[in-house]
Each structure stands twice: as structure tokens, then as C-alpha cells.
Design a protein around this ligand. Sequence first.
Ligand SMILES: NC(=O)c1ccc[n+]([C@@H]2O[C@H](COP(=O)([O-])OP(=O)(O)OC[C@H]3O[C@@H](n4cnc5c(N)ncnc54)[C@H](O)[C@@H]3O)[C@@H](O)[C@H]2O)c1
Ligand SMILES: [Mg+2]
Length: 354
Amino acid sequence: MSLYCGAVCRRKSFWCCRLLSTYVTKTRYLFELKEDDEACRKAQQTGVFYLFHDLAPLLRQASGHRYLVPRLSRAELEGLLGKFRQDSQRIEDSVLIGCSNQHEAWFALDLGLKSTSSIHAPLPKSEMEAELRGSFIALRQAVFQLNLMDSSLLFTAQALLRWHDSHQFCSRSGQPTKKNMAGSKRVCPSNKIIYYPQMAPVVITLVTDGARCLLARQSSFPKGLYSALAGFCDIGESVEEAVQREVAEEVGLEVENLRYSASQHWPFPNSSLMIACHATVKPGQTEIQVNRRELEAAAWFSLDEVATALKRKGFFSQQQQSDTVPLMLPPKLAIAHHMIKSWVETQTCSSLAA
Ligand SMILES: NC(=O)c1ccc[n+]([C@@H]2O[C@H](COP(=O)([O-])OP(=O)(O)OC[C@H]3O[C@@H](n4cnc5c(N)ncnc54)[C@H](O)[C@@H]3O)[C@@H](O)[C@H]2O)c1
Ligand SMILES: [Mg+2]
């Protein structure tokens, strides 16, 4: 082992080197499971399984309105399948979603999919819930009662399960495609075309004019909720072009000084890769022209308004009780929240420094 961690870290730290090497070995292990069906089948013997029913994860109510995410061992899963007179072969329908630092592989398995192409009938939901002492709850509904790690894992699992469910056939031959053991691809046996799970790239841009930031809402948003401008990238576009087009399309402004800040996988309604950018308007060009086919409203908000909204808690309970709704911002789970928070922090620091 080298004394230094190399490009990532120049500190002489034993712990730092250990962390890097754990990450690298874990990554290589997952790569092997994706490439080698036999290795993955072996990992299923000692792995743990997250269960879904028609894309809703199995959850268990914990204290304080929180949900826990139960995992089943191979033996527990075989026991469950046996009770419903299912062959343990069905375990091979599962998809690989990660592993622990000790290389315990994590899989997700949906036993309630209703697709006509499936050779397996969905298992009865309420009987499974009784057996498992939990409930299958729509992810959108449960997401605010999960911790961040669990929600991120379930987002990945649901996205992958959904992709497999909706890509059962080859678009060239019309023949059923076959999943590899890990679920990292599907292959058409007749023409060998390989299909890989996909995400749609989406740009999300926080536009500012120096003192204010531009937020917008769609009619489908909960009352009072405003977010940054988002839009799917068109085919052939760069991220920069997509940001400029989306801002022009939605609010009629031209932006400059584009800066990438972060990204996030977003599962709703399908898998998107959210690419977060910050941009400023061209000097003196701040007049918004809302495109009503895309947005219900868009407006400039001051630092005070946004900072106050960020501090607001209990978003969902408040909005149902009140008719006049104050400005609400996206929840912590959404990348839009972090972009807005980062803008507030930068503005606050620069106004203190001035
Ligand atoms: N995580 C976050 O913080 C956050 C915040 C805002 C929006 N989002 C997500 O960003 C996504 C895009 O935002 P938007 O709705 O404003 O996009 P948008 O402005 O591009 O408008 C959506 C429309 O674009 C078209 N479209 C083009 N390509 C599409 C594709 N690949 N999939 C679906 N529709 C496509 C459709 O006509 C659709 O009605 C949404 O799915 C939303 O959930 C996430
Ligand atoms: Mg949009």
C-alpha cells in the first residue's frame, strides 16, 4: 500500500488510504458481479433482499412516523416463497443494487409485478404484508419518512426494477429479452442486441440577478411550492445548450456565467439524472415572460424571502390547514433544495463580508 493516497489526497494518513482501498475493492466487486453471472448467483446465496410489490417497497413503521426498510436473508426469502408455493428459482429475478464494505451483496426483488409478459403471477399483497409484518407503500408517499441512505437505495432499486419491467422485449425483433443475473443489462437472444438501463438527463438551473433568484412553479406542484427551472435535455444538446434553451423557453430570459454544481438521480416519474447549474441573467434583462404551457408562475425572490422559506418546517401539515400559503421550497431530498440553500449561504457570506 502506498503511503500517500495519490491524486485524491496528499495527506500521510493510514485511515485515508484504508478508506480508499475499501471503496476501490467494493467497486471492483460490484463490477465483477455485473459481468459474471456465476459470481452473482453465488453472491445471491449470502446476500440480502429488499422486497417490492408492484414497485412499492416493503416498509415497517418505526417510532416517530419513520419507516424502517426490512431486508430478508436468502433463507428467509426461500421460506417466504415456499409459503406461497413458489420455486426459489424466482430469486434470480432480483437485481443487484449495491453491497456492504464487507461485500455482502444487496438485491431488490419485486414479487408483485403485474406485467403480462412475466412468467410469474404477482403474489397476493395483503397476505405477503401479513407474513412479513410490514406494508408495501408507494415510494412517493413514504419518501419523507425514510432516512437519506434508505431513500437513495430504494430510488435505485425501484428505478432498476421499473426499467426491467418496461423493457421486456427487443424493439428490433419483438422477442423477449433476457436479464443478466445482476440486472445491469438485458440481451435479445435472437440478435444479441444489448439493452442497458437508462436515465434521462435533466438540467435544473438556479437563475440569479445578483440580489434575487428566480423560482417557478407548475400547476401540479403543492400549493405555495416554487423550485428552480428544470427541463429534459433534447437529443444532441450539451448541458450548456439545454440550460440556455430551457430558461429561454420557460421564462423568456437569456443566461450567462453557467456553473455546474452537483447532480442527483431522481426517480419520479421515471429515472432522471438531475444536473444542477447556476447561471446569471444578462445585465438589465430581468423581465420574466412565463410560458404558460410549461409553468403556472415564475418570479424573482429576495434573499430574505428565500432564507425565511428555507427555515420553514412541517411543509405538508401546514399547507393542508391554511388557505393563504407562504413561499415553500423543495424538501431536503431534492437537489433543488441544496441549490437554493447554497445560493442563500453564498449571498449571506458575501453580504457579511461587504
Ligand atoms: N430533484 C429535484 O430537485 C427536481 C426539481 C425539479 C424538477 N425535477 C424533475 O425534473 C424533471 C423535468 O422537469 P420538467 O417537468 O420541468 O421538464 P420540462 O420542462 O422538460 O417539461 C416536461 C415536458 O417535457 C417533455 N419531455 C421531453 N423529454 C422528456 C423525457 N425524456 N421524459 C419526459 N418528458 C419529456 C414532455 O412533453 C414533458 O411534458 C421532472 O421529472 C421533475 O420530477 C426534479
Ligand atoms: Mg420545466
